[in-house]
Design a protein around this ligand. Sequence first.
Ligand code: GTP
Ligand code: MG
Length: 481
Amino acid sequence: MKKNNDIATTICAVSTPAGVGGIAVIRVSGKEALPVCSKIFVPAQKNKTLEKQKAYTVSYGKIFANREIAGQAHNDKDGELLDEVLATVFRAPHSFTGEDIVEISCHGSAFIQQEILKLLLTNGCELAKPGEFTQRAFLNGKMDLSQAEAVADVITSASAAAHRLAMNQMRGGFSNELHQLRGKLLNFVSLMELELDFGEEEVEFADRSQLIELAEDIQTRLAGLVQSFSWGNVLKNGVPVVIVGETNAGKSTLLNLLLNEEKAIVSDIHGTTRDVIEDVININGILFRFIDTAGIRDTTDEIESLGIERTFRKIEQAAIILWLIDTTHFNKEIEYIADQIVPRTKGKKLILVFNKIDKISPEEQQILEEEFLPQVPAERIYLSAKYKKNTEKLEKILLKAANLPELNETDVVVTNLRHYEALTKALESVSRVEEGLKINLSGDLIAQDIRECMHYLGEITGEISTDEVLGNIFGKFCIGK
Ligand SMILES: Nc1nc2c(ncn2[C@@H]2O[C@H](COP(=O)(O)OP(=O)(O)OP(=O)(O)O)[C@@H](O)[C@H]2O)c(=O)[nH]1
Ligand SMILES: [Mg+2]
């Protein structure tokens, strides 16, 4: 793992969310964390300065508004009291970043937070960049790259399943496994490269049949991980459910109902929604991503046509399709719409949602049940989005349709696109290794493929990383994380 002990700056940032809360936590990390904080923090116990404070203990004290000059903090005679705070001290290397850290818990006012930050900046700190605390944790060898990325996932996880996956990744389950696979490959490739040193002599240090076994093993494992992405992604970002159908069927009404929020405009004008509108919501511990779309009809309106094209694209990306049908309004259009939707739903779950049943009689509903497109294989539900009738039943159908496996704490599931891409490439190279071995390809070519596979595995854990990759990953974090 990459070690970096010469990070010179001491950084600070508010680590709690922006805005007003009961308390806020300002985190300071770096070589100068203790002396800098000591300049602005006046401990209640006069002789217990932060520098003398034991690691992992908290002390109570004051911060004054005009403590900008070194050495003045230990005299609270003058200056306007800014806040009474708690300071927690962590010492290198046993801290989140691996550096000395002081966490100042102050009252949650935005003004107090800003003033304390200003005091820290005038006393020699720099404002942390997005994700810089976690980046330092990585650079100081406290965690590998996939664990650092999991920190962001843990922070944003919005359902029990996503949380469990992120926690597992943060604890290093995934990295450990990749690290081991990589170690085994390294072992082999070293032996093969040794053979190459012997040039013309026919020596074989690396046992080919063992290597085939290993390559097969690794292939199976990588293929499993690559496959897990399809639902790992769903668990993290929500099961994509697209709401489609004719104009005015009540799609936006249903979206608002499911999200419990007036997200989309509802009106009785046909073609109200022209773009896709989406949001996620947690139903019984599973995250769903509901996507409202432009109603499908044969139109010459250019903008509406673009909207309808987007509808089709969203159907492609969805796992579940809710086809909304207006039960009060039947005409030959429905055949046209069926032709547009049904062929696009292969391999996906299609649910026929008959809406506005508040407006039809039980007899009419009965006729629909018997006669409406009987050849379309799909679950059917009758509801009223406007009057919230049968919507619990719809949620049950959705949960069933999502069909997500129960996860164990130790299950390794790939949820990160970057990992998925690297694993896919690693899988390709290890497949080439296996093929090469089977046709007795020369050692140098096989060694090259092994190295390539190791490279991609190393990219995930950060054993191989570039500044660009790091910038990309940590730049997506918030400041203070
Ligand atoms: N009676 C009744 N009216 C409904 C129901 N659901 C929606 N509506 C009404 O139907 C009209 C159209 O609803 P929207 O949700 O805007 O329909 P949409 O499918 O999004 O329409 P477009 O965006 O134009 O494609 C509105 O006047 C709604 O109030 C329902 O269950 N019963
Ligand atoms: Mg709409």
